[in-house]
Design a protein around this ligand. Structure first.
Ligand code: MIC
Ligand code: SF4
Length: 645
């Protein structure tokens, strides 16, 4: 039986375990990336692990999320991250260098390597054949300290792309079409692996856009083969030596297959408030818009920027529209300045932002009340833009730029313009935003007053008896659990402060009630914890005394974050019973230690209703140990990782 591309990479880099779907293995980690909003926590954890130096080939600490410096907090965090990076042999990409995933693709990612990152869009680098996985911060800290990562062997979902896309089609329209088919849960437990004749028409950056938004399908990661397009890109980036050819065996066997004919794909839009709420742009054309925002790690490549510049050149942004553009890296911004694209944008009336996440993470550019915003980003969850009642549509840069001119949501095919971009033979580079590390353990760690210790759980007790503090529905995002915007991002290194905002958009009294109750449970439905990798969505409930989340299912990264923090992720065996548990009910869980050790079923006795149900956790032996010890960090301190793998 032939091997999938995913299996080939996992097999080569597997350190321990069997390549059987669902079983946990340990893999060698070649590269890690962090960004600043999750990074402060990662580096506090790395300090707790205190290796001599990082055990990876390349580790990069990007500063790209928390860019507003309206007080000392973000600036302190940046200095802290850079100082820890220097301390342990990590490269820093300073503020202004660009968005982590775009810069990593340009400068560091390599085919046939394992990259983990403390950001859910780390799979972007799957666009050039890396197995790139978004994880919680503690997993990245362990990856740096020990050079390994534990994951459940995913199933492989083959996505066959046939046919040739038209020139107005962006990778974004392709991944939106995939999401339309498989929804925000369709990738759970799978790697989305692309193949077929159509992939040869897709550049590495289009592929990166597609891999980036595989995160929105809940996939473990997404990956393209490494082929001529990969070699071309790496050559343009000045590192052809990093190329290795890589593809699945012809007779590889997949768990599922979806075939898409690229010649039939049309411009697509994800309507409010979910990335899988996808329709052709023509179905929603004519909606009056207030704001257009182009950029983010999904669509800020050189080619995307040049297509936007082509559309804007000689035209004018509609008087009722605010158009903001965020190039993905300092190098792209430099190229645009040199070739005149920047002038075309500004002349048309575009606002240019620095190379960073910016509006995508709510760092400014919140739309007006009830405003309609078109964004080339990857997530349009309610309220994420910073305006609770804004209507956010996710579209391609082509659709966004054309709509900015017309003032309404418009189909870029009407332009009838050749949007092909001639790539430079060499992209050149801007190196000055990188700070390369010197001798490890020489630079002192600098910690400002906003940086507070993170909470640690206690070893698992044998019984838990607490009230239900909150009951929520399907697809609760980590943005719902811990909101993220310009006012709160400065407190990512201050769990006690951030805790007061936990679940505020859903239930304004939760944080106070949890603090008063000194222990409790959360009840949820399907796909609890989708979206961001922020481990704050586990650490803050831990800080507030949450002992277990009982749900129908969990998103992958969040489930790991709960276990890493020492919170039980209980999956109800009969989903129809989840509604029998009401807020305020007192639940009792017994014999937890032996149940966790034997990966058995937990009986949840609802003392208030006089009913009971059972739950399971599908724990690997390592995860069971982690829960027993009260979290990953406590475990590593007392047990040798190699032994528990
Ligand atoms: C996001 O896009 O939601 C973020 C902000 O990049 C997060 C990380 C975070 O919450 O800091 C992610 O995707 O993991
Ligand atoms: Fe940054 Fe947005 Fe990408 Fe997250 S999705 S890494 S906030 S650009």
């Amino acid at each position: 039986m032939g091997l999938t591309l995913t299996a080939k990479i996992l097999q080569q880099h597997c350190l321990k375990g069997n390549l059987v779907a669902g079983e946990e293995i340990a893999v060698r980690v070649h590269q890690t990336l962090t960004q600043d909003s999750t990074g402060t926590m990662v580096y506090l954890q790395l300090l707790a692990l205190d290796p001599q130096k990082v055990q990876t080939e390349v580790s990069v600490a990007y500063i790209d999320h928390n860019m507003l410096q309206t007080g000392f907090e973000n600036a302190d965090d940046h200095v802290f991250i850079q100082s820890v990076a220097q301390h342990y042999g990590i490269i820093t990409s300073k503020a202004g260098g660009g968005i982590c995933h775009q810069v990593h693709l340009e400068r560091f990612a390599k085919p046939n390597t394992v990259l983990i990152g403390s950001d859910s869009h780390t799979p972007t680098c799957g666009g050039l054949g890396a197995l790139a996985i978004g994880t919680g911060g503690l997993d990245v800290a362990v990856g740096m300290a020990k050079g390994l990562y534990f994951l459940k062997v995913p199933k492989v979902y083959q996505i066959v792309l046939t046919g040739k896309p038209s020139t107005t089609i962006n990778g974004k329209d392709i991944i939106l079409s995939v999401l339309r088919h498989i929804s925000v849960t369709g990738g759970l437990g799978h790697v989305l692996e692309y193949s077929g004749d159509g992939i040869h028409y897709l550049s590495v950056t289009d592929r990166a856009t597609i891999c980036n938004m595989g995160a929105e399908a809940g996939a473990t990661t997404s990956i393209f083969p490494s082929d001529q397009q990969t070699l071309t890109y790496l050559t343009q980036q000045g590192r052809p030596q990093d190329y290795v050819p890589l593809e699945a065996d012809k007779n590889a066997v997949y768990d599922q297959t979806l075939t898409l004919d690229l010649s039939t794909i049309v411009p697509m839009a994800a309507k409010p408030h979910s990335p899988d709420n996808v329709v052709p742009v023509s179905d929603v054309a004519g909606i009056k818009i207030d704001q257009v925002s182009i950029g983010s790690c999904t669509n800020s490549s050189y080619a995307d920027m040049m297509k936007v510049a082509k559309i804007l050149k000689g035209r004018q942004v509609h008087p009722d529209v605010s158009l903001v553009i965020t190039p993905g890296s300092a190098n792209i911004l430099r190229l645009m300045a040199e070739n005149g694209a920047l002038a075309d944008m500004v002349t048309a009336g575009a606002r240019i932002l620095e190379s960073a996440c910016g509006p995508c993470i709510g760092m400014g550019q919140a739309p007006r009340s009830g405003g309609v915003s078109l964004r080339t980003f990857n997530r349009n969850f309610k309220g994420r833009s910073g305006t609770a009642d804004a209507q956010v549509y996710i579209v391609s840069p082509e659709t966004a730029a054309y709509s900015a001119i017309t003032g309404t949501l418009s189909d870029p095919r009407e332009l009838n313009q050749d949007l092909r971009v001639i790539q430079p033979a060499s992209y050149g580079k801007v190196d000055r935003f990188f700070v390369y590390p010197g001798q490890p353990k020489v630079t002192p760690v600098i910690m400002g007053p906003n940086i507070k210790p993170f909470p640690l759980a206690k070893p698992l007790p044998d019984t838990l008896r607490y009230p239900v503090l909150l009951s929520v529905g399907d697809n609760i995002t980590t943005d719902d659990i811990v909101p993220s915007h310009a006012k709160l991002l400065p407190f990512r290194s201050n769990i006690p402060h951030l805790a007061t905002f936990c679940f505020t958009a859903i239930n304004s009294t939760f944080a106070q009630r949890a603090a008063d109750a000194q222990g409790g449970f959360i009840i949820a439905k399907s796909n609890y914890g989708q979206g961001s990798s922020r481990e704050h969505a586990a650490l803050i409930p831990l800080y507030l005394g949450i002992k277990a989340v009982i749900a129908i299912s969990f998103a992958r990264i969040h489930r790991s974050n709960l276990i890493n923090a020492g919170i039980l992720p209980l999956v109800v065996d009969d989903p129809s019973l989840i509604d029998t548990i009401k807020p305020g009910d007192v639940l009792a869980l017994d014999s937890l230690q032996s149940t966790v050790d034997h990966n058995g079923h937990v009986t949840v006795l609802n003392e208030t209703q006089g009913t009971s149900l059972t739950c399971s956790m599908s724990l690997s032996p390592r995860e069971a140990q982690v829960l027993r010890h009260g979290g990953y960090l406590n475990t590593i301190k007392s047990v040798d990782l190699q032994e528990i793998a």
